[in-house]
Design a protein around this ligand. Structure first.
Ligand code: CUA
Length: 359
């Protein structure tokens, strides 16, 4: 075989192997449910405008990555194997490389090609971002308050507060987010979008953050805090239910009032407002005193004095947590704004629940 022919054959072999490796790598990642969870929002996958969704952009970028990785690895392995077969351990004269210096056309080529690729990616990325952030005036508004280590969801349109995020399917939701303490992060992998939540006094603050999601799949998902925020960071989870608009309406109806007994309503508020994230009802000491057997017991305060945990003490502890600090617990851990967030009736019901715990 002539030298020229075998050279052309080699190029064909490298080309075919590169294409094969690219296709396999691309298929492996894009068809793998572990690497990429279900796409459950319009931002993740938009069937009517694929180029405006995150998964489309991911597949474009991944295809490029797979191609360049394959090109480099195939070329390198081919050269290694080929010279090992041809020369073994004794490179002869033909085996040592030819010396050459500079190659202007090649340098122009390898500068221009990446530049063009980067410009195309910038354009595609900007286009996808515009699609992902598109605003819908009909959006449902939900306020999210993150704190160590709890999520709280408020639906200002309906006057509902919830410990789980319940969303109607196929309707855009605008999530207004703020933190009570350190930085947290809103992340539901199936929605693809993610947003850090900064400490902010209210939702009009410059530090409040906004994220828009349009859930497209009904089902149960999990919200995870994606910013290391303290010892209980790993447990800062909340359920996300995406339901039909009919089920959403009945959930709102169910959540607006409480016609249970005082203690049962109190238990509901204690869950929805996150009290039980820090105060256990089974005797476990978390960051706040347990509620098990608290009511009526003698409590030693930080200043050494002792009080009885009666209704007055419990009420003061909810409204002004630092006033009579329980010995052994740190001040300023508990939010001091419950007088704004809870009605007088809700506070009475929470106290009724605390009294019912461990009676
Ligand atoms: Cu909140 Cu991690």
């Amino acid at each position: 075989m002539s030298n020229k022919l075998s050279h052309i054959l080699e190029i064909i072999v490298v080309f075919v192997l590169t294409v094969l490796a690219t296709v396999l790598l691309r298929m492996y990642v894009l068809n793998n449910d572990v690497l990429l969870p279900q796409a459950a929002s319009l931002q993740a996958w938009n069937p009517s405008a694929p180029s405006e969704s995150i998964d489309w952009l991911f597949s474009v970028q991944w295809s490029l990555v797979a191609f360049f990785f394959s090109l480099i690895v195939v070329f390198m392995l081919y050269s290694l194997v080929r010279s090992a077969i041809k020369y073994g351990n004794q490179p002869d004269e033909e085996g040592s490389g030819e010396y050459f210096e500079g190659n202007t056309p090649l340098e122009i080529f390898w500068t221009a090609v990446p530049l063009i690729i980067v410009l195309i990616l910038a354009y595609l990325g900007a286009n996808t971002l515009a699609g992902v952030e598109r605003r819908d005036v009909q959006a449902l508004e939900v306020n999210i308050i993150a704190s160590q280590w709890n999520w709280q969801f408020e639906y200002p349109e309906y006057g509902v507060t919830s410990a789980d995020l319940v969303l109607p399917v196929d309707r855009q939701v605008v999530l207004n987010m703020r933190s009570e303490d350190v930085i947290h992060s809103f992340w539901v992998p199936e929605f693809r979008v993610k947003q850090d939540i900064l400490p902010a006094a209210n939702f009009d603050s410059d530090y409040a953050r906004v994220l828009r999601v349009t859930p497209t799949e009904q089902g149960e998902f999990k919200l995870r805090c994606a910013e290391l925020c303290g010892t209980q960071h790993y447990a800062m989870l909340a359920g996300v239910s995406v339901v039909s608009s009919k089920d959403f309406d009945s959930w709102v109806l169910e959540s607006t009032g409480c016609d249970l007994s005082d203690a049962e309503c109190g238990q509901r508020w204690a869950t929805e407002y996150g009290c039980v994230a820090c105060h256990s009802v089974d005797g476990t000491q978390i960051v706040g005193p347990t509620w098990l057997g608290l009511s009526g017991s003698g409590v030693t305060l930080a200043d050494g004095s002792t009080v009885t945990a009666d209704i007055e003490y419990l009420k003061t502890s909810i409204l002004d947590p630092n006033a009579q600090l329980h010995e052994g617990f740190n001040p300023d851990i508990m939010p001091s704004n419950f007088s704004d967030r809870l009605s007088a009736e809700q506070i009475e019901q929470i106290i009724a629940f605390i009294q019912s715990v461990g009676e």
